[in-house]
Design a protein around this ligand. Sequence first.
Ligand code: BGC
Length: 905
Amino acid sequence: MKPLQLLTLFLLLAAHAAQAQLTVSQLRCEHLENPVGLDAPAPYLSWQLTAARRNTLQTAYEIRVAGSPEALLKGRKLLWASGKVNSPVSAGVPYGGPALESGQRCFWQVRVWDSHGQVSPWSEPARWQMALLNPQDWKAVWIQPGYAEPAGRPSPMFRTEFQLAKPVRSATLYVTARGLYEAQLNGTRAGDAYLTPGWTAYQHRLAYQTYEVASLLRKGPNAIGVMLGNGWHRGYVGFQDKNDNYGSDISLLLQLEITFTDGSKQLVLSGPGWKSATGEILGSELYNGETQDARLIRQGWSLPGYNDADWSGVQTASFPGQLLVASSNEPIRKQETFAPLRIFKTPAGEQVIDFGQNLVGWVVMQAQGKAGDRITLSHAEVLDKAGNFYTENLRAAKSQDVFILSGSGTETFEPKFTFHGFRYVKVEGYPGELKPESFQAVALYSDMRPTGSFECSNPLLNQLQHNIQWGQKGNFLDVPTDCPQRDERLGWTGDAQVFAATAAYNMDVYAFFAKWLRDLAADQRADGAVPFVVPNVLGTNAMASAGWADAATIIPWNIYVAFGDARMLEQQYASMKAWVEYMRSKSTNHLWNTGFHFGDWLFYRPADDNDGRAAVTDKYLIAQCFYAYSTQLLIKTAAVLGKTGEAEAYSKLLEDIRAAFLREYVTPSGRLVSGTQTAYVLALQFDMLPEDLRAQAAARLADNIRSYSTHLTTGFLGTPYLCHVLTRFGYADLAYELLLQDSYPSWLYPVKMGATTIWERWDGQKPDSSFQTPGMNSFNHYAYGAIGEWMYRAVAGISPDEAEPGYRRIRIRPLPGGKLSYAGGELLSPYGKIRSKWSAEGGRYRLEVEIPANTQASIWIPAPEGAAVLESGLPVGGVRELAVKGREDQALRVDAGSGTYVFTW
Ligand code: BGC
């Protein structure tokens, strides 16, 4: 062969090899990346395929697990070898080896076979580590300060020293607190998790964290120091000016397990013999902020050799009812940082820093001054009409950090046991000029993997998407909260319920919600009532409001559909059923018309309502709709779990609930007793009306919207479904008009007013820049951000298929409209990246779709009847990987395997 021929052949072969490539990556264990500290007995393992060829499905997998990376790579002395298993499952294979032990480290990898007969190489190794699996594994003893606690509750510090006689092979630290903790080993912080141990229904479940700390230890003398804060345990939580919600104590539990290179072990345990003292944190509260006096820093307190002669001993304690659980969701970590956008003086003379984004976290500050100089940082979301610093809407939350200088050169301050919701910071008492480089805002939130993005040709909608995502970032701090700034910050069930589906597009929220739903079930009352807030700090009567309590059914279902893990439904089934049974027990003739309800919270109500424009929806009509919806979800759940009998029994109940709705709330001609958008939206969304009454109901809804000059009037409960219902019944154009409306009330009105997050109220700030009532006016409240789901589903066109959840079957159905020239979204699903992006120019359309390996999709191409639709230039009918299904609902449906497709028409 001539050199040129050889080269061509080589290139051809290389191209073929590249094409033939099948690889496995993105290994996850219990939905987490390389988790340390699991107490699930048979962790679920997942991976993703990347295939160069279209239409690739997994036909088999092989998993191997070993006790060390070396053993794994050699494939010898394996803990578990699954062997080749003929199965399409790539998202959720339970570990099937011998029972795992406390602290056990597992290293694993996987390879797969595909439908083209290829086999992938073994994946890169991943790992997980077990936590303490039996209560008896805990040898540590709870400790508390040994001194009389001064007023103001300064943060206690605990310390101990220990000797290690041999070199360390591995070391694991297990730690939790009644309060918040930060642990240090030999002067270095253990891990990068903040506000640990997080917030759970503490009286039932208290999480502990597990850290790998071998690198922080050394042969010879070592020291541990732990500082605590009041946190959710005994700090002020809730708007009732109440602290000590879970106890007045502040306590630490810590267990360090060290394995030496010779295999022998040593334990270091919290207990008698530890020392306690106070230090620089004079006080910390989640709502009010933290005060640090640098003159009181105990230099070197977590190093060996520190002189603790003036420290007190400790008291030991035991908490019999305390149930320790391994942390099961991503910890709160530091995320984005922000430099000052502007430093300025307000008309009132205040020195203010604008960080440009309403965020949740805190400010790290450098300062240089005299010992005793006192700097106060106050936090605010907005400036008032006159441009002055505005904190009235924080209500009782002071949200102030105070730093007192030691006078020793440049000092850095950063709080530990508080957080603030803010964009602006007022600085008082700062010695010298405020320089931008001395201030940095740090966002903190649960470290969930970002999965979704949305972009289109309208910058206001892009800003809306940004605001929705920041609403999520600001309110997903271990618990989904209503708002992050005022004296509230609670896990309001209604807010979480309306936002959960959108949240599941933006980030991988499986572990986050799985954890919170366990707390929901734990705080559920014996009669099935679900609290207004979870964890519940509002008392056992603050329960059972329609649309709030349904978080018990709606969130598990949404999370199951988005992530495809049926264990979510198993885990929550009893809770879901108990909630439906509660509603049944409060009903007469299947009509649930008793009890307190928030109703369609914050619906449109003009201040001066002389002509009855307020959109009040009967609260019991709403309750009946949610009663039906929760029952419907329970039926679906029972079916997934194979509980056929229960599914049938509840189907009968559902018929009765709907019949009662018709008797009570619908006139013979199909008018609802409340003629509001929310009433029609809920009745249609939840299938409350018989088929023959639906079209007229949808028309009434559309008329109602137009009667408000194309404005929505819905509150928390109607808003999330509004555009979905319009789309489903043929009014997608009207849905777009609502989405693009930018005068109050609308989604874009706040955007036009400069919002960087979602507001609690449609008119938090009025067109004349004055504010809504300070008693309830948060500028970071994700509920109305629930429109995000419609943007992903309808505008970009990406949605899951309930029958094959977790995007194993993908629905691509974009609806070009709204004068957009392009729109698209991406979603990192459990199987990999899904993309749908359309553009329209001069009557020519283009739709790019990406479908990950090991999934299948149905694509509804929104081309008009008779249009010639091409894929990468070829008529769709001639493309091997596509099955043309014909016209459905004004679109051409094609079914596709994995791969990238470019449709034009
Ligand atoms: C919260 C809401 C919550 C509501 C109950 C408010 O204080 O901020 O978002 O759902 O109370 O209606």
